[in-house]
Each structure stands twice: as C-alpha cells, then as structure tokens.
Design a protein around this ligand. Structure first.
Ligand code: UD1
Length: 418
C-alpha cells in the first residue's frame, strides 16, 4: 500500500491547475445511463472514484472509452445488466447514483446498499423514499435495493434533510418521469447545478437548481451531449489552505471562485490576502502565521463539511483558538487523533473541535481514515518539523488528482513510497 513521505517546512509558491470536480463528475457519469445516444464528458478528473464509476458502468455493459486528455465517451446502447454489486458499491458510496437513472430509463435496478462509512451512518432512506413516492416498488433485501417501476410519476417530494446525492438521484429519475416533479428542500451545492446543466443539455427540462426548490418536467427521451465538468472547489480550497498554513503564495488556475464564497471568507479571516479573477484565485500569506478561525459546517452555501478537516489542520498551527463545529456528519473527526500525534492541541466536545494553535508540529507516522481527513494530514505534514509518513493514502487517491506532483510543483518535499 502506498504512503506519502512529506518533509515539512517549505512554503507553497507558484501556480497549480485545478482538476474537474469529483462530486460533479460522478453524478454526470451516472446520468449518461439516461441517454440513448453517446455522450462525451470533458474535464473528468483522473481519480480512483471515477475509475470505480467507470468500472460500474462497464459492469453493466456500457461502453466507456477514455482518451489521453481524460475525455470520457459513454455509449449505453450495449447495456445488459441493471445492477450495482456490493464489491463496487462498498468502495464508493456514490455508486448509489445509478439507482435513479437505471430505474427511470429501464424500470429496473438492483443496487447494493452502501453500508457503513468512516464518517457516520450515511443512510440512503431519502433516495428510496423519494423513488417510492414516484411510484417505484422497492424492496430492501439481502443487502440490496431491488427497485422496479413502469414509468415513474412526477410528484412533489419534500426532502426531510438536505442531501446532495439524494437530490441528484431524484433529479435524474424525475428527468424521464411522466409529469412534473418538484423537489423541495433540495441541496443547492454547485455540483447539483452542474448536473442539472448537463441533464438540460441532454434534453431535460429542469429549473431552479441552485435554489431549494427544483422543478423537473419529465421528458420521454434524453439524448447524448458534450459536457465539461466544473472545477473541483474542494481541491481548490485545499491548496489555498495549504498556502495559508505554510505562509506561502499560490495561484490556483482553472478554478471556479464563485463556488467558494464561505471558504474564501474564512481564509480572509485568517489574515490571507486574496485576489480573484474569472477562473483563478491567488492567495498570499506573505510569511505570516494564520489567525485561528471558527467554522460551522452546513449545506451549501454555508461552509462545506468537505473543507472541515483542512481547517482543523490550519487552526492547529494558527495564532489563537478556533472552534470547528461539524453538523452534517455524525463522526467526521477521525483526523483529530492523528493531528494530535503531530503535536496539535485539539480537544473534542461533542461535535465541536476546539483547536488551540501551536507554534510547531512535529513529523510522525500517521494514518488516513477518509478522503478529507487524509488531506488534513498532508497539510499538517507540510508545516511539521521533520518527516511525516502518511499511511493509507488510497483515500487521498479517491479525490485528489496527482496531489504529490502538484505539491512538488509548488515547492513542497513530498514523495510517494510503496
Ligand atoms: C455528498 C458528497 C460528500 C459531501 C456531502 C455533504 C458526493 C459524491 N459526495 O455526500 O463529499 O461530504 O455530500 O456535502 O457528492 N442522509 C440521510 N438519509 C439520506 C441521505 C442523507 O439521513 O437518504 C444524511 C446523511 O447521513 C448526512 C446528511 O444527510 O448526515 C447529508 O448527507 P448527503 O448530502 O446525502 O451526503 P452525500 O450525498 O452522501
């Protein structure tokens, strides 16, 4: 299993290109199941989760070709299976995104239940409930969601909780349903908006994505399209935090500044100088130590839970004390104990981490537990004195494209070791 060996102490300097968004690419790849002619998706990031989704489509008989510029061509005409087996779903929960499209287009889906997760229980009850309300017959048996439907029927769906993939699954299902579906209390994440744009370019009739009410007028057929995935806001935020923690200066290119308001506001509070262009952000910390900030995670447009761990790492070396409150997931603080191994002064009280910045962290072997937790360990290692060995970086490979190469390009000492 690969590890990252990081020698701390070099401030980030330079420019880095941001990859396509993982959380937009995954539902967009799933949405190709709705189309009757081939689709070309561009700016797809080269990540383990994307490989898993491509593997899942391949398992169903869908033809997927990827060129060397990571343009993904999907042709569903040879599909022969409507199932997502446990072996694939257990490695990536987002596999459940095939449920809505399969059911809407083929009236048939057998999708494994995702099971447990390092950051909380993460049920998919709202996905199932919404599809049932649209007329699907769903049995959950032997660890599988068995769903059948003639044609799904549009209706008004009120989501008890704001769920990102739940909104996406139901929006995709509703695109081919009979009549109009209204999703109330929908997720407003930029990735939901990107998926809606992609579906509309396939011929869907969706309005209101990005607000909490999405209206989907069902159509009978969707056609292939050519679509460019939006830039990854979490990858963008992670490099900006890395620059702020190391007192560096970085320009992120091919980014989407509009999707990062809450994160940029917090980075300004740390004392960073930030300049923004149409598709770039430049952060300059000018060698200063950041000031600790208070964070409260919540659905978009509030502060994203996927940036919580990175800000814990920042607070760990900042001046003063900052509190980080996690409200989206029940158990998303596994990184705290690992940060403590590097010398961080962080105390957990319920769903709040109270972080008092220390002058210096010290390198140590640490273990990644989930995707964003891994990122926080890498960031902490960049400022720690000496060497840090980050184990289980397959988590990192799920969501960060070529992270060690990008960090090396920015002047950091990072090496992948077997
Ligand atoms: C997505 C993102 C993930 C991000 C999260 C929150 C993808 C592929 N992943 O995950 O990176 O951290 O949004 O922004 O886009 N819930 C239920 N029942 C449901 C569905 C959700 O109780 O049927 C709960 C979850 O347990 C959680 C909360 O709702 O507490 C939000 O989860 P959700 O938005 O669904 O997260 P994901 O879509 O899985």
């Amino acid at each position: 299993m690969d590890k990252l060996l990081i020698t701390g102490g070099s401030p980030l300097q330079g420019e880095v290109r941001i990859s396509g968004s993982k959380n937009a690419a995954l539902p967009i790849l799933a949405s190709t199941l709705l189309t009757e002619t081939p689709t070309l998706i561009k700016n797809v990031p080269h990540l383990r989760d994307v490989t898993t989704m491509v593997g899942l489509l391949g398992h169903m008989g869908v033809e997927v070709t990827i060129d060397d510029r990571l343009n993904v061509q999907v042709d569903t005409s040879s599909i022969h299976s409507y199932s997502a087996p446990y072996d694939l779903v257990k490695t990536m929960r987002a596999s459940v995104l095939v449920l809505g499209p399969l059911l809407a287009r083929f009236g048939h889906a057998d999708v494994s239940l995702p099971g447990g997760c390092a950051i909380g229980s993460r049920p998919v009850n709202l996905h199932i409930q919404g599809l049932r309300q649209m007329g699907a017959e769903i049995n959950v048996e032997n660890g599988y969601i068995h769903a059948r439907a003639k044609r799904l029927q549009g209706t008004v769906l009120y989501l008890d909780l704001v769920t990102v993939t739940g909104t996406e699954n139901l929006m995709m299902a509703a695109a081919l349903a009979e009549g109009t579906t209204v999703l109330e209390n929908a997720a407003k994440e930029p990735e939901v908006v990107d998926l809606a744009h992609c579906l509309n370019s396939m011929g869907a009739k969706i309005q209101g994505a990005g607000t909490d009410t999405i209206e989907i007028q069902g159509v009978e057929h969707l056609h292939g399209t050519e679509y460019v995935v939006l830039p990854d806001r979490i990858e963008t935020g992670t490099y900006l935090v890395a620059a702020a923690m190391t007192g560096g200066q970085v320009r992120v290119k091919q980014a989407d500044p509009a999707s990062l308001d809450a994160v940029l506001a917090k980075l300004r509070e740390t004392g960073a100088q930030i300049q923004i262009g149409a598709d770039w952000i430049e952060l300059n910390m000018a060698g200063r130590r950041p000031t600790a900030v208070d964070i409260y995670t919540a659905p978009h447009p509030a502060f994203p839970t996927d940036m919580q761990a990175q800000f814990c790492a920042l607070n760990a070396v900042a001046q003063g004390t900052g509190t980080v409150t996690e409200t989206v997931f029940e158990n998303r603080f596994m990184h705290i104990q690992e940060l403590q191994r590097l010398g961080a002064d962080i105390r957990l009280e319920g769903n709040t981490a109270i972080c008092t910045g220390v002058e210096q962290l010290f390198g140590a072997p640490v273990m990644a537990t989930d995707l964003r937790a891994s990122a926080s360990l890498v960031l902490a290692a960049l400022v720690a004195k000496g060497d840090t060995l980050v184990d289980r970086i397959y988590h990192l490979d799920r969501g960060y494209e070529c992270m060690e190469e990008k960090l090396m390009q920015l002047g950091c000492e990072v090496r992948r070791v077997p």
